[in-house]
Design a protein around this ligand. Structure first.
Ligand code: HEM
Length: 352
């Protein structure tokens, strides 16, 4: 008997087993390729609904590690999706509706009522209303507000408008500039607005006659002008909107501007919603304020431009304040020659 025969048999058997194992492996791979779900099941055996639920809730497990657990980072940021939907479905449409709506209301109001003219002719005698310091603060805050509103609107809607118009390159450069301006001017606006609000606080304490002012629609309903002190109830409303919503916009803006203080994603998302809703609302009301201060009321703009108002304007729009200060009226010609108060003194006395 040939001794090599058992060895040859053993060798053939090994080859057969090897071929069987290889073909089984290939068959598995082919099967897995034909069915991707099956491949995933083979590659990550425990990837079932429970695991995804854990991932969604931000829990860590044996199959994944969250290297940034300190920052509230989740593999799936479920609250991020909620924020995205809130922003896209509610906040962005709210901004368009409230701002375009306000422009339409102002336009209609102007067409129906026109500009509010003075009832009596001007006397030519002037009263100091705003010092140079307040006027400078007002115009700096107003300019910053307008820049922030324009850049903020660009951040919110620019992608939909300018990207298709000018293409990716221009749009990208424009957005970087916009973000830079918005992020740096925001804190400056915040500081100056707080100073302006503190300087104006005494004028804006609510009084009983403010209710009557609202009841008379600021003079639109019924005859005659409702009582008003240095600031009328409409101005006080604008002031307190700035002191509440304005401060909320500033604080939420700072939360977004300085993400390096450990605030998590949820905090940033809520800050973004508060910031956008508050800023859109304030922009709409600011349009009303700008209209009343320019086209809407004869001689109002002079107050913030020169610091002085005509006696007739003071008597009609701020009768209680007029009673307090009427002795200090100065003829226009004398004022033109000297301009004593416009260098920074405050008008006195005042009535709320
Ligand atoms: C170009 C835009 C603006 C114009 C033409 C304008 C015009 C005026 C005028 C004429 C007054 C004086 C009203 C009076 O003497 O009774 C005034 C007051 C005031 N403005 Fe403006 N303004 C503008 C933008 C802004 C902005 C953007 C803000 C705030 C973010 C602002 C905040 C104020 C405040 C707080 C007062 C004082 C009202 C009070 O005493 O409560 N203004 N503005």
């Amino acid at each position: 008997m040939n001794t090599s025969t058992p060895w040859r048999g053993l060798w053939r058997l090994s080859l057969l087993i090897l071929a069987l194992v290889v073909s089984l492996g290939l068959a598995q791979t082919a099967l897995a390729q034909a069915d991707p779900g099956r491949e995933a099941a083979i590659a990550v055996p425990a990837l079932d609904a429970d695991v995804w639920r854990q991932v969604k809730n931000g829990e860590t497990g044996p199959n994944y590690r969250d290297s940034r657990f300190d920052s509230n980072y989740n593999l799936i940021n479920a609250s991020g999706e909620t924020w995205r939907q809130l922003r896209d479905r509610w906040v962005s449409p709210f901004g368009v509706i409230v701002i375009l709506g306000m422009i339409a209301v102002i336009g209609l109001f102007y067409l129906v009522f026109g500009s509010k003219k003075l009832d009596e002719p001007r006397t030519g005698r002037k009263l100091l209303r705003w010092s140079l310091v307040i006027r400078s603060l007002h115009w700096t805050v107003a300019s910053l507000f307008i820049l922030l509103a324009l850049t903020g609107l660009n951040l919110a809607y620019g992608k939909a408008i300018f990207r298709p118009l000018f293409g990716d390159g221009f749009w990208a450069a424009m957005m970087s500039g916009t973000k830079l301006i918005h992020n740096y001017l925001g804190p400056l606006f915040g500081i100056l607005l707080v100073i302006l609000l503190l300087r104006l606080l005494a004028h804006n304490i609510p009084r009983k006659h403010d209710l009557a002012w609202f009841a008379k629609g600021g003079g639109l309903i019924g005859k005659g002008h409702p009582d008003a002190g240095f600031a009328n109830a409409g101005e006080k409303l604008w002031y307190w909107l700035l002191a509440t919503a304005g401060i909320a916009v500033i604080v939420s803006g700072l939360v977004l501007d300085f993400p390096n203080y450990g605030q998590g994603r949820d905090t940033m998302q809520w800050a973004n919603i508060i910031h956008a809703v508050g800023a859109f609302g304030l922009t709409a009301v600011a349009l009303g304020h700008i209209y009343i201060g320019t086209l809407g009321t004869e001689a109002s703009f002079e107050a913030m431009a020169t610091g002085y108002v005509d006696e007739s304007w003071a008597k009609e729009h701020h009768n209680l304040w007029y009673e307090d200060v009427k002795d200090q009226a100065v003829p226009e010609e004398q004022l033109a020659a000297t301009r004593p108060h416009s260098r920074g003194e405050e008008p006195t006395p005042r009535s709320g």
